[in-house]
Design a protein around this ligand. Structure first.
Ligand code: MLT
Length: 408
């Protein structure tokens, strides 16, 4: 019989979001008349920008003509899209990221897992706690950790607690860690990092020859001027960081699928023979072998994000969700909840009341208010006692959900 990858058996339970869906499904089966409001998974709800749908419709029509038909595109993404990304997302912010350092893909979730393909298993790894579960699970699946410990953590990983006492900013480890995952604006806590704090991480990484995997999927939600949108705004980051970006949350592409990863050409790793190897070449080789690129139609949709109409419409979406976040934060704070995040990120991180556990609070909210959120403990040990609410929903549902929560 075929042998399985036993690392999968180390995974503690199902992936967090399917687990939530399962519980909600069970609940709806016995409470079919209740109208549930979902503020759990951070999935967008508003229609795509017109600029994007029009560009995609045009591209689709082109594909139906002799002159416009296209087969496989470049595995790295079409140059016209990569040039727009480079100019708008980086050069305009003073980051010297060129179009050929950008790899267009179908999602940051995949990229942040697939990147492990080009990195050795023996690298030591640090993640924040709480953390986006994909970083941990993808390391478990590829055999980079030991088994789960009784407290729910994995042997071999370094966990950097982020909590109220450190303002949800991870402390720099005293020892050397080879790979550090950082996500800012942070999922799940909604916290942000300023340039000075991020510089400390870049300096740590350069001092220790570590690699930072920087997830900036939520950068579009930043309102404060002094918060960097990209790690490359920090001097020295080109020597130590890979950045993941996504069109999912800004342009509402969760169902369309388009993202990109930045690998500076000078970024290096080492072989076991101490040879320096550039990571760009390895990732390019990986993508060329295992990936056939994002569809032409979708890339035209992503390109439209950078048109003047697209920029206006995307800003409209961001403003809409951030107003949701503000409404949620105000309502919950006025009702006595301790609330974090929500100022520069679409996530509200609340302290669970009455010493309940995160999953108890999840069940309580579902039962009493028919509102779904995400238990903080699903993001890690230090998430216990907290609860995440996503600002991605219609205005009326957000207001309704807040009324229900505060009047339980
Ligand atoms: C979340 O809710 O944390 C996100 O939707 C997950 C994701 O983007 O994959």
């Amino acid at each position: 019989m075929v042998q399985i990858n036993e690392n999968y058996l180390k995974l503690k339970a199902g992936y967090l979001f399917p687990e939530i869906s399962k519980r909600v499904k069970n609940y709806t089966q016995s409470n079919s008349t209740k109208d549930i409001i979902k503020l759990g998974i951070g999935d967008v709800t508003e229609p795509l920008p017109k600029a994007c749908t029009e560009a995609m419709a045009k591209a689709l029509n082109e594909m139906g003509t002799d002159e416009g038909f296209k087969g496989y595109g470049p595995e790295q993404g079409y140059l016209w899209l990569r040039e727009k990304i480079s100019a708008n997302d980086f050069i305009s912010r003073g980051c010297q990221i060129s179009s050929d350092e950008i790899f267009v893909s179908d999602g940051s979730k995949c990229d942040s897992s697939n990147i492990l393909d080009i990195l050795a298993n023996q690298n030591t790894i640090a993640v924040t706690d709480p953390v986006y579960p994909v970083y941990v699970d993808s390391n478990v699946m590829t055999g980079r950790t030991g088994g789960p410990l009784l407290d729910g953590t994995y042997k071999g990983l370094t966990y950097l607690a982020i909590n109220e006492s450190n303002n949800f900013l991870p402390e720099i480890p005293n020892n050397k860690v080879d790979i550090v995952y950082l996500c800012f604006p942070n999922n799940p806590t909604g916290a942000t990092i300023n340039k000075g704090e991020l510089k400390k991480w870049v300096d740590y990484a350069n001092r220790n020859e570590s690699l930072i995997l920087f997830d900036a999927a939520y950068e579009a939600f930043i309102k404060d001027k002094d918060i960097p949108h990209s790690i490359y705004e920090v001097e020295g980051a080109r020597d130590c960081a890979i950045e993941f970006r996504s069109f999912s949350k800004n342009a509402g592409f969760t169902g369309v699928r388009c993202a990109y990863t930045v690998i500076p050409k000078n970024l290096q790793g080492t072989s076991s023979k101490n040879e320096k190897v550039d990571l760009w070449s390895l990732w390019n080789r990986r993508q060329s072998t295992k990936f056939n690129g994002v569809s032409y139609i979708v890339q035209r949709g992503a390109e439209a994000v950078y048109s003047s109409q697209g920029k206006k419409e995307v800003q409209g979406l961001i403003d809409f969700y951030m107003e949701n976040a503000m409404i949620m934060k105000n309502k919950l704070q006025n009702a006595g909840f301790k609330v974090f995040g929500g100022d520069n990120a679409p996530y509200i991180w609340i302290k669970v009341p009455d010493k309940m556990s995160s999953w108890d609070f999840f069940d309580y909210l579902l039962e009493k208010a028919s509102v779904v959120g995400t238990p903080g403990s699903g993001f890690g040990l230090s998430g216990e006692g907290y609860f995440r609410l996503s600002a991605f929903n219609s205005r009326s549902k957000v207001i309704d959900a807040m009324e229900r929560i505060i009047t339980i």
